[in-house]
Ligand binder design. Structure first.
Ligand SMILES: [Zn+2]
Length: 130
């Protein structure tokens, strides 16, 4: 692939325009240029500069690095969402069982109504609580 120039910014097609990172401390920098003449913005360059944390140079980020990082982030978010969904499902089952038992034994009416109200409000009313 050949390099191109957009405006006065040199663009390497393998690099994410304006994205830099530190390999040691994981600091990330996104450079943005303001073009006052026409009021627009565009990506900055990929020139190496020292890491502001003093641990080494900032290196340009390749599209492959960017894609792998985005994939890892999406996997973490998905796994977190799955874990949260399982907790909600487990709690819903517990509340449903509690409401059923309270209704069955004629126990504390306030607790039973609270549990059933919770299930109705969250559209979680299963067959065991009816
Ligand atoms: Zn650093």
């Amino acid at each position: 692939m050949t390099d191109i120039t957009e405006g006065n910014v040199h663009v390497d097609p393998l690099l994410v325009p304006g994205r830099m990172h530190c390999a040691k401390c994981k600091f990330s920098l996104t450079r943005v240029n303001l073009y006052f003449a026409n009021g627009t913005t565009g990506p900055g360059g990929n020139e190496t500069e020292p890491c502001p944390n003093g641990c080494g140079p900032l290196w340009p980020v390749t599209w492959e690095q960017e894609a792998r990082e985005a994939w890892a982030t999406s996997e973490r978010i998905f796994e977190s969402a799955q874990a949260q969904k399982k907790k909600v499902d487990d709690l819903s089952v517990l509340v449903s069982r509690l409401a059923y038992q309270l209704n069955r034994i004629g126990g504390n009416d306030i607790l039973a109504r609270t549990a059933v109200d919770y299930l109705r409000q969250n559209d979680l009313l299963g067959s065991t609580a009816r």
